[in-house]
Design a protein around this ligand. Structure first.
Ligand SMILES: Nc1ncnc2c1ncn2[C@@H]1O[C@H](COP(=O)(O)OP(=O)(O)OP(=O)(O)O)[C@@H](O)[C@H]1O
Ligand SMILES: [Mg+2]
Length: 220
């Protein structure tokens, strides 16, 4: 359902970020993009979300050519994809509930539907009791769970997560990956970028290893 054919991406004139990436990710798969800093993990996720465009090559998501979508077609693509950003922050002046609800308001859901779904999704990450709390009153792990809740509230078919456990300790990291595995078990395709080798060995899912913008292992 996600296919890349000979994808190249260069920033500016010389900074080659991705070189000849050919990759196929099936519907319902759980894939880890790994590799050292600068390998191209974030760039690859951004191409899938159409935040960046490839210089050449093709990216197909559900048979749509994502690299060539018009601006007007992007909202539809992004409604079907959840994204947890590497440096994504919660809105500090809004409650946990409002942070998650904002994603549904943008998608045009009704207030009743928003109340129901936000409670459900906060329940699934174990934070329903914190819904009136401000992010600054939460632990790092709780804040990251709010980010997970926000990314799945619109029932995405694909979830992209960039270093979702970057600043968390081993226990909290395990919690987040349990959540991501649960989301995957319900049918969402999950793609996670991480440079953390310990995470990779513990999560035990398909690994696509990147280095200097190329797939070293796990492609196809
Ligand atoms: N906006 C940008 N402008 C110029 N060069 C960029 C930009 N974003 C990334 N790069 C370069 O592209 C290459 C790949 O970067 P990318 O962020 O995809 O790596 P990464 O694997 O996610 O690294 P990290 O583990 O540090 O997050 C690097 O050489 C980086 O310097
Ligand atoms: Mg990155």
């Amino acid at each position: 359902m996600i296919q890349l054919f000979h994808v190249y991406k260069t920033y500016g004139r010389h900074r080659v970020a991705l070189e000849d990436i050919t990759l196929r990710i099936e519907k319902g798969e759980f894939v880890l993009f790994t590799g050292p800093s600068g390998a191209g993990k974030t760039t690859l996720l951004k191409l899938l979300f159409a935040l960046e465009r490839p210089d050449s090559g093709q990216i197909l998501i559900q048979n749509r050519n994502v690299g060539r979508l018009k601006e007007s077609e992007l909202p539809y693509l992004r409604r079907t994809i959840g994204f947890i950003f590497q440096d994504f922050k919660l809105l500090q002046k809004k409650t946990v509930f409002d942070n998650v609800a904002a994603a549904m308001q943008i998608a045009g859901a009704s207030p009743a539907e928003i109340r129901r779904r936000v409670s459900e999704v906060l329940g699934s990450v174990g934070l329903e009791h914190k819904k009136e709390t401000l992010p600054s009153m939460l632990s790092a792990g709780e804040q990251q769970r709010v980010c997970v809740a926000r990314s799945i509230v619109n029932h995405p078919t694909i979830l992209l997560a960039d270093e979702p456990t970057g600043n968390l300790d081993a226990d909290l990291t395990a919690d987040i990956f349990d959540l991501l595995k649960n989301i995957n078990a319900k049918g969402t395709t999950v793609v996670v970028a991480t440079h953390d080798r310990e995470v990779v060995s513990r999560v035990q899912r398909r690994v696509v290893a990147l280095k200097h913008g190329k797939v070293m292992d796990g492609g196809a």
